[in-house]
Design a protein. Structure first.
Length: 202
């Protein structure tokens, strides 16, 4: 007899496969699992891009063509104008009571309106900056103010006195020229290459 131990190799893989087949045959098929309901996203708070189609969807399409509210009647306008004038007069009386040397305020004219637009446009283009300070330029705001003056000229054509029309056209010409000069300077600066760094610094 030999002293070497005897052993037997059993391939359990085939038994394992047979067991799995028997278990699969005995276990009932699982019930159909219902599909999960779609998760409802909560509305996000904050700004969102509004396009023409999203606006029509939100308003239902027909509501975009709703009419403007009715204009005030002639009677309502007259009453409001009377109340406004009375309130303005009370304010002027209060100011003059505090400052007796101040005379009555001049009436507002078309020239005041044109002057207001002119001053706004020039300040937006950096005029009136104190010496030593860097000018603050709002070129887009200046363009809008100048365009408003153009709308005013268009809508009042044929309805102004010769002096009023001359004032408006002169001021409009001046602010447009100032705008052209400023935009040309901005264009030239943007085309120049950046300045090299000072020597000794990297």
């Amino acid at each position: 007899m030999s002293d070497s131990p005897k052993f037997e190799v059993i391939d359990r893989r085939k038994y394992k496969a047979e067991e799995e087949e028997r278990e699969a045959a005995q276990t009932p098929a699982p019930a159909a699992v219902p599909a999960p309901e779609p998760v409802k996203e909560e509305p996000r708070v904050g700004p969102k891009l509004v396009t023409e189609s999203s606006r029509e969807d939100a308003l239902g399409g027909d509501e975009l063509e709703t009419e403007l509210p009715p204009a005030p009647t002639a009677e309502e306008t007259r009453e409001q104008k009377f109340a406004y004038d009375a309130s303005a007069q009370r304010l002027e009386d209060l100011v003059r009571a505090q400052n007796p040397a101040v005379g009555p305020q001049p009436a507002v004219t078309f020239d005041h309106l044109v002057n207001q637009f002119y001053v706004s446009a020039m300040i937006q283009m950096g005029a009136g900056t104190q010496e030593g300070q860097r000018p603050r330029v709002d070129i887009l705001g200046a363009r809008q103010t100048i365009d408003l003056m153009g709308v005013l000229a268009e809508k009042t054509r044929g309805n102004l006195t010769e002096a009023e029309d001359r004032t408006l056209q002169t001021v409009l010409y001046e602010v447009r020229m100032a705008f052209l000069e400023l935009t040309n300077m901005i264009s030239l600066q943007s085309m120049q290459p950046p300045a090299p760094p000072p020597p000794g610094k990297r």
